[in-house]
Design a protein around this ligand. Structure first.
Ligand SMILES: O=C[C@H](O)COP(=O)(O)O
Length: 271
């Protein structure tokens, strides 16, 4: 059993910043540099709490140069990838290209992909397959809208997305999978699911992973919460024993604020 107040984690917490369609490559480099300096000043232990950023595709080459050139321990990933590897898919980006740019992760099925671009669970599953083919760790995003939350159907809806996006994928292929629970009504709205809501869903996701796969797989898989996370609420959200980190949007665009989120343990220990 995790006892975070004692400083023990079952799984390495992951604080991930999704820049969305913000920050051109020059701005992105400045942001990443500031984040790295701030975390260095705070003597952040990256083995203890992993820190990742998800810049726009056009920033990735610059991010790679900075990370490799300065030996940064911040890892990075892509906000999306194609389910295909190459060919006549104008505008799409292959996982093969992302791997060559040093990406460690790829987001799959972010709610903005699901709503703005109508991405289905089936496409998410194919994108997860593509990520795995190129040694990118998929970070699968799932979560309910306001209607499902208000009707009390949020758990069933979210678990259905989980099952649909993982259909036909086996436990061995999915090793390292990260699941991000993001209630759509809490994204960019300032509305945040309460710590109990985040814990309820993270526990339900873990239980479902145990049913679909093995108890060991469920125990090892990190489940993050996303939706209006800030330094002022991160500690209470991450206090839940099944919540292993945060996928942060707006607040990740401010290096100092994002560094404070990554340093959530300071708030945990002082509560
Ligand atoms: O990927 C991040 C989420 O969509 C959360 O965004 P937000 O922190 O701006 O609400």
């Amino acid at each position: 059993m995790t006892n975070k107040t004692d400083g023990n984690f079952d799984r390495t917490p992951l604080i991930a910043g999704n820049w969305k369609m913000n920050m051109d490559h020059a701005q992105g480099i400045a942001l990443l540099q500031k984040l790295a300096w701030t975390l260095k000043d705070a003597k952040h232990d990256f083995q203890r709490v992993e820190v990742a950023v998800f810049p726009p595709f056009t920033d990735l080459r610059s991010v790679q140069s900075l990370v490799e050139g300065d030996g940064l321990q911040i890892v990075y990933g892509a906000q999306d990838l194609s389910d295909q590897d190459s060919g006549a898919y104008t505008g799409d980006i292959s996982g093969e290209f992302l791997a060559k740019l040093g990406c460690g992760y790829a987001l799959v099925g972010h709610s903005e992909r699901r709503t703005v671009h109508q991405e289905s669970d089936e496409l998410c599953r194919d994108k997860i397959r593509a990520a795995i083919r190129h040694n990118l760790t998929p970070m699968l995003c799932i979560g309910e809208g306001l209607d499902e939350r208000q009707s009390g159907n949020h758990v069933a809806f979210t678990l259905e997305q989980l099952r649909g996006s993982l259909a036909d994928l086996n436990e061995k292929e999915l090793e390292g999978l990260v699941v991000a629970y993001e209630p759509v009504w809490a994204i960019g709205t300032g509305e945040v699911a309460g710590p109990e809501d985040a814990q309820e869903m993270a526990a339900a996701i873990r239980e479902e992973l145990g049913t679909l796969y093995s108890a060991d797989f469920a125990r090892a898989t990190r489940v993050l919460y996303g939706g209006s996370v800030k330094s002022s609420n991160v500690a209470s959200i991450l206090a839940g024993s099944d919540v292993d980190g945060a996928l942060v949007g707006g607040a990740s665009l401010d290096a100092e604020e994002f560094a404070k989120i990554a340093r959530f343990e300071q708030h945990l220990l002082s509560n």
